[in-house]
Design a protein around this ligand. Structure first.
Ligand code: SAH
Ligand code: SF4
Ligand code: F3S
Length: 479
C-alpha cells in the first residue's frame, strides 16, 4: 500500500522532469479481465479529469471491458474525483455509500476510486476507516499503471491503495479513447506551481511541467487527419507554458502560433492566469483566425486585500487594465471568469469591490463559488468570522449580477450569424442539434443531423441566460 502525504505534495525541487514513453504495459494474467464485463466510469471536476477519464476508459477497454451508463448494471464502478471544494467530496462519499448496498447484492462488483480526492492524506484515512468495501484506489500520478493496480487487486483480493505524492513526470504513449469525434482535449502541461493559498490543486497534481512541443503538435496533426475540428489546450495556467523549463524560450504564444498552422479549424485554451499574460500572446490570438476569441480569465476577487491573501500576485487594477487591453486589441473577445466569495474574513467592503469589478468588466459569464476550506492549504489556517448565511447572500447577489450581464451579452447576438461546431443532439430536446459558437456559447439549433461534426453558419433567433437558440442557414444561402 502506498499513501499520499502533504509534505511530499508540497515539495518543489529543481529536479528535471522525466518524459516516460514506455510505461503503459498490460501484464500477463489480466489481458482479458474485462471480457464480457461492463464498467461504469463517472467523472467529477475539471477538464483535466475529463481528459484523464478518456485514458482510463481506453485502458479498461484494452482489458476487454465495455462501457455502461447505468451503474446498477456494471461489473466495475470507478469514480474519477475532484477535491477542489467540500461539496465535490460529499457527492463522491454519497456515491460510495450507495455502492455498499450494491456490493451486498453483487459480491463480484469491483469498486474503484481515483483522481484528485485520493491524493489527499485525509481522504485515504477516511476510506480505510469508513469505506472498507472499496477495492482499488489510485491517484493522478499513476493512471498509466491501472493494469498493474488491477492485477494486484485480483491477486490479493483486498483493498489495494496505490497513491503517492510527488512532483510528477510526463507520460507519453498512454492510450486515449476520446468522448467526441470532433473535439479533443489536449494536455499541454500538468500540475501547478502557483500555490494560491485556498487551492488544493498544486498538492493533488504535482509541479508544473510542460509537454514537449513536438508531442503536442504531433497529437494535433493526427487529430486533423481523423477529421477533428477543434482542440482545447489544457493546463491550470496555460500561459505559463514552457516557463518551467530552464533555458527555454518557447512559450504559449509560440505553441499557439505553431498549432494554428496544423490545419485544425478551432483552437481553444484553458485556463489563463492574469500573471503570465503577455502582449505577444494577445497578438498571436488576434492574428490567427482559428484561435477562438474566448478567454477564461479567473479574477477570484475584486479586493486587493483578499487578492493578496489569496496569493494571486495581481491587483484589481492590474486585472482591469489587462482586461481592457485585451478587449481593445480583440474587440470580439468573449471573456469569462471565476470568482470566490467568502474567503476568510472577506468584509462587506471587500465583496463590494468584487461587485464593482464585475460591473466594470461586465463578464460574458462566470463560475462563482463560496470559499471552501481545504485541509493542508495556507488559507485553512485563517480563522474565519463570516457566517455561512452571509456568504450565501453574497453568492446570490453576485450570481444575479453575473446572470444579468450574461443575458445582455447573449442578447447582443440575436439576429446575428455565428459559426457553430455542431456536436450532436440537444440534451433536453432530441429534435434539436447543439454546438458551441467561436466564443464558446452554447446554441440549440434547428437543422439537419447531417451537419453533426461540421462548422456551420447559424442565425441566432433567441437569447437566454445560459444558452442561445438558432437555425442553420440554408446551405444555398451560405454559399
Ligand atoms: N487554475 C485555474 C483554476 C482551477 S480551479 C486558475 O487559477 O484560474 C477552478 C476554480 O475553482 C478556481 O478558479 C477558483 O475560483 C475555484 N476554487 C479553487 N479552490 C477553491 C476553494 N478552496 N474554494 C472555493 N473555490 C475554489
Ligand atoms: Fe489553484 Fe491557483 Fe494553481 Fe489555479 S493557479 S490551480 S487556483 S493554485
Ligand atoms: Fe478538481 Fe483536480 Fe481538477 S481538484 S478541479 S479535478 S485538478
Amino acid at each position: 500500500m502506498r499513501k499520499p502525504n502533504l509534505r511530499d505534495a508540497r515539495k518543489r525541487t529543481k529536479e528535471e522532469v522525466k518524459i516516460i514513453s514506455d510505461a503503459y504495459i498490460i501484464p500477463d494474467g489480466i489481458e482479458s479481465m474485462g471480457k464480457g464485463k461492463k464498467y461504469y466510469l463517472r467523472t467529477y471536476g475539471c477538464q483535466m479529469n475529463l481528459r484523464d477519464s478518456e485514458t482510463i476508459r481506453a485502458i479498461l477497454e484494452d482489458l476487454g471491458y465495455e462501457k455502461e451508463e447505468d451503474y446498477l448494471k456494471a461489473d466495475m464502478v470507478l469514480l474519477n474525483t475532484c477535491a477542489i471544494r467540500e461539496n465535490a467530496h460529499n457527492k463522491v462519499f454519497g456515491m460510495l455509500g450507495r455502492f455498499k448496498n450494491l456490493k451486498k447484492q453483487k459480491p463480484n462488483l469491483i469498486i474503484g476510486l481515483c483522481g484528485c480526492m485520493p491524493q489527499e492524506e485525509v481522504v485515504i484515512d477516511e476510506i480505510i476507516n469508513k469505506y472498507p468495501w472499496l477495492d482499488f484506489v489510485f491517484g493522478t500520478h499513476n493512471i498509466h499503471a491501472l493494469p498493474q493496480i488491477l492485477l494486484e487487486y485480483i491477486t490479493q483480493k483486498q483493498l489495494t491503495i496505490d497513491v503517492f505524492s510527488n512532483e510528477g513526470n510526463i507520460y507519453e504513449n498512454i492510450p486515449v479513447k476520446r468522448d467526441s469525434k470532433y473535439k479533443a482535449w489536449i494536455n499541454i502541461m500538468y500540475g501547478c506551481d502557483k500555490f494560491c493559498t485556498y487551492c488544493i490543486v498544486p498538492y493533488t497534481r504535482g509541479k508544473q511541467r510542460s509537454r514537449k512541443k513536438e508531442d503536442i503538435i504531433n497529437e494535433i496533426k493526427a487529430l486533423v487527419k481523423d477529421n477533428y475540428q477543434e482542440v482545447t489546450l489544457l493546463g491550470q495556467n496555460v500561459n505559463a507554458y514552457g516557463k518551467d523549463k530552464a533555458g527555454n524560450n518557447y512559450y504559449l504564444e509560440n505553441l499557439l502560433q505553431d498549432i494554428s498552422q496544423t490545419g485544425i479549424n478551432r483552437v481553444r485554451f484553458i485556463t489563463s492566469h492574469p500573471w503570465d499574460f503577455t502582449d505577444d500572446l494577445i497578438r498571436v490570438i488576434k492574428e490567427n483566425k482559428n484561435i477562438m476569441p474566448h478567454l477564461h480569465f479567473p479574477v477570484q476577487s475584486g479586493s486587493n486585500k483578499i487578492l493578496k491573501l489569496m496569493g494571486r500576485r495581481y491587483t484589481n487594477e492590474d486585472y482591469i487594465n489587462l482586461y481592457k487591453k485585451i478587449k481593445k486589441e480583440i474587440p470580439n473577445m468573449v471573456i469569462t471568469t471565476d470568482i470566490i466569495v467568502g474567503f476568510p474574513n472577506e468584509t462587506k467592503e471587500d465583496f463590494d469591490k468584487t461587485i464593482d469589478l464585475v460591473n466594470q468588466c461586465q463578464f460574458d459569464g462566470a463560475f462563482t463559488f463560496i470559499y471552501s476550506k481545504r485541509e493542508g492549504t495556507p488559507a485553512a489556517k485563517i480563522k474565519d468570522t463570516v457566517t455561512t448565511e452571509e456568504k450565501r447572500n453574497r453568492l446570490r447577489e453576485l450570481n444575479k449580477l453575473i446572470n444579468k450581464y450574461m443575458l445582455e451579452s447573449n442578447k447582443r447576438l440575436v439576429f446575428k450569424t455565428v459559426e457553430v461546431l455542431i456536436e450532436g443532439f440537444s440534451e433536453n430536446n432530441k429534435e434539436l442539434l447543439m454546438g458551441y459558437t467561436n466564443t464558446f456559447k452554447l446554441v440549440n439549433i434547428k437543422g439537419h443531423k447531417d451537419n453533426i461534426g461540421k462548422i456551420v453558419l447559424v442565425k441566432i433567433t433567441e437569447a437566454k441566460t445560459w444558452s442561445l437558440n438558432g437555425e442553420i442557414i440554408d446551405e444555398k444561402e451560405q454559399d
